[in-house]
Design a protein around this ligand. Structure first.
Ligand SMILES: Nc1ncnc2c1ncn2[C@@H]1O[C@H](COP(=O)(O)OP(=O)(O)OP(=O)(O)O)[C@@H](O)[C@H]1O
Length: 608
């Protein structure tokens, strides 16, 4: 398991434990990785698995084989050659041992690629057909009611049927993906389910997450950033303009890619001071990529929703109703993706996110007010044209924010503006760039206030930032359209995070049930829709051998599938409440990842 994967597991499964452990002695200016992160990662590296199912198979098996390795030399002397071959074969077999999922017999699980709160994603090989390699998202149907928690440990515990709301959520995700066909969107290959699991069989993006590539390369060149963001934008254009769908969770973790071979740079440029950490991307080849990053695919439609019904050509949930409020509502929904696109582009270009503060309260305010800056010196060499584009995306007023069409028509996207070097020459002579930065950073201390150069977890920053943003926008929208007759259903569909927050422990009549039921139809309609397609609904009955699986991690015990963003917002809010209670002593611990840390260490010295 790679270090990044260990960190990821740690981050996902240990959020609450870490929050309790918050190292409040760290300052904003402290660039060193926090202690609790280090010790937990080390612990994981030493073999303690965070995964309740796989931990018993690959985790233990692997651990068991590690000891002989330490004494390899002696072992070789003692064991005859054919025995060695057998041992190696056994070890290889044990490494690839995964839980046997009923209903997935056609697929050989090869590698675990990722895990969410309630799902594991595996790379798998088709044993019967010609599908080749795929990604399989296995989602557990755990009963998330807290009172059921301990029963997971009891051998006689029989899992209950999943909550209708969770079922509706997963069916909605599958239903939406089923209708999509675009080169920059992960294709749905099949869907099946057993008594305990849902299986979503997806096109494999062998490169994995873009997130890891930002960590690896420190930041992306303008060419590579454009290569990536244009493909994400093409996917959004298709979703927004052709499918009437909004993704709502565009972030580096959900942007996957196909790798390409590294092409050495023809004319390598000497590294600029402060840029020593930048990893060589190699030659950028237009239409192909650079830095090992080729075709982009967006994934994870768990939060997406349909805002426009392609068949009736009407906004969803309001057949025949085309009041300006509804049209606006549709635009607002899409603009959430445009904001996210701005956050991703900003992050690609400089290696850290636009909105950051260690205090969730301050972070919330910054997102709500759209307070970000192109901080010197990190942005000094990035073109004004790119900055202009970002400014039109990270614009608080959704009416003024670029639509996907406006985005794609911008000179930076079309490379029709001045090149960064031409721009720099012009700016150096009149000093505009310096004045721009200086005016933003007039107050000596404020420069640190926008984004701390301390190590932060980009994933959580994105999740919190987006959740706050969605809440803000949906709140505004509710104010605008909420009181008008005829639109109540639409407003119901588009729940605010406040509602999501409080509905988590509700029964099936809660917000999730309503939300999923209303878009694009009731749960029953969705299920009927599934049956009417080629997508299989493979009900595997009978005793499931893996039913004694461990409970989900305590940190997520009371939440359901598809609620991850609401979950992090709830956690963040809880922290704010706690902080208020403790009179300002508490700060959100966003440790655990690397991006700001990597870029922070050197440039911070330059700004000081
Ligand atoms: N088609 C795919 N090809 C390659 N890797 C994938 C694919 N789909 C998912 N993954 C990996 O699995 C991870 C989790 O997938 P996904 O985001 O769809 O699941 P999730 O349960 O919604 O997770 P989360 O709780 O993080 O949102 C991804 O971030 C990625 O690393």
């Amino acid at each position: 398991m790679s270090t990044i994967q260990q960190l990821k597991n740690f981050i996902r499964h240990g959020k609450q434990a870490r929050a309790a452990n918050d190292d409040s002695t760290r300052t904003k200016h402290d660039h060193s990785p926090p202690n609790n992160h280090q010790s937990a990662a080390t612990k994981m590296a030493s073999g303690a698995s965070s995964d309740p199912e796989v931990g018993h198979s690959s985790g233990h098996q692997h651990h068991g084989h590690d000891a002989p390795h330490a004494d390899e030399h002696k072992a070789k002397k003692r064991v005859p050659d054919d025995n060695i071959a057998r041992l190696v074969a056994e070890e290889n077999a044990s490494r690839s041992k995964f839980p046997r999922y009923p209903g997935l017999e056609r697929w050989e699980l090869v590698e675990k690629m990722g895990d969410g709160a309630f799902s594991n994603v595996y790379r798998a090989r088709d044993l019967e057909g010609n599908a080749g390699e795929v990604a399989i998202k296995v989602v557990r149907k755990y009963e998330m009611n807290s009172q059921q928690g301990n029963k997971h440990l009891h051998p006689d515990f029989k899992p209950k049927a999943p909550k209708a709301a969770e079922r509706a959520n997963i069916l909605k995700e599958v239903q939406i993906m089923k209708t999509l066909d675009h080169p920059n969107i992960i294709r749905l290959i099949d869907f099946a389910e057993s008594r305990q699991y849902y299986y979503i069989i997806l096109e494999l993006a062998p490169g994995g997450e873009l997130f890891h590539q930002i960590v690896r390369l420190t930041y992306f060149s303008e060419d590579l950033s454009r290569h990536v963001i244009v493909q994400v934008a093409k996917a959004l254009e298709y979703l927004h303009e052709e499918r009437g769908t909004v993704h709502r969770d565009i972030k580096p973790e959900n942007i996957l890619f196909y790798p390409i071979p590294f092409t050495p740079t023809k004319n390598p440029m000497p590294k600029q001071p402060g840029d020593e950490d930048k990893v060589d991307e190699g030659e950028f080849i237009k239409g192909v990529g650079a830095g090992g990053i080729g075709q982009i695919k967006i994934a994870d439609f768990g939060l997406s929703k349909i805002v426009w019904d392609n068949q009736t050509m009407t906004p969803c949930g309001t057949v025949g109703y085309t009041a300006p409020e509804i049209v606006k509502d549709e635009r607002y929904s899409k603009s959430v993706d445009m904001w996210a696109l701005g956050c991703v582009l900003y992050t690609l270009l400089c290696g850290f996110p636009p909105f950051y503060d260690e205090s969730i309260e301050v972070l919330t305010e910054k997102v709500a007010k759209g307070q970000f800056t192109f901080l010197s010196p990190w942005w000094d060499d990035i073109s004004q044209s790119a900055q202009d584009l970002i400014s039109h995306l990270l614009c608080v007023d959704p009416e003024k924010r670029f639509t996907i069409r406006e985005f794609l028509a911008h000179p930076w996207i079309n490379e029709s503006g001045p090149t960064p070097r031409e721009e720099k020459r012009a700016l150096d002579s009149d000093g505009v760039l310096r004045a721009f930065d200086a005016s933003k950073l007039a107050d000596g201390d404020k420069r640190y206030d926008f984004r701390s150069p301390g190590a932060v977890n980009l994933r959580e920053v994105f999740d919190v930032g987006y959740a706050v943003h969605r809440q803000e926008e949906e709140g505004k929208r509710r104010k605008q359209v909420g009181n008008k007759a005829g639109v109540s259903r639409l407003v119901d569909v588009d729940a605010t995070l406040e509602e999501e927050d409080t509905s988590m422990d509700d029964d099936d009549s809660g917000e999730y049930g309503r939300k999923a039921a209303a878009v694009p139809g009731s749960t029953q309609q969705l299920e009927q829709g599934m049956r009417n397609t080629h997508i299989k609904d493979q009900e595997v009955r009978g005793r499931d051998p893996s039913r004694k699986a461990h409970p989900p991690p305590a940190a997520v015990e009371q939440k359901g599938y598809g609620q991850h963003s609401a979950q992090i917002t709830a956690a963040a809010r809880q922290q704010v409440r706690e902080r208020n209670r403790q009179k300002g002593a508490f700060e959100l611990n966003l440790d655990g990842a690397t991006l700001l840390g990597r870029r922070g260490a050197k440039p911070a010295a330059r700004v000081a």
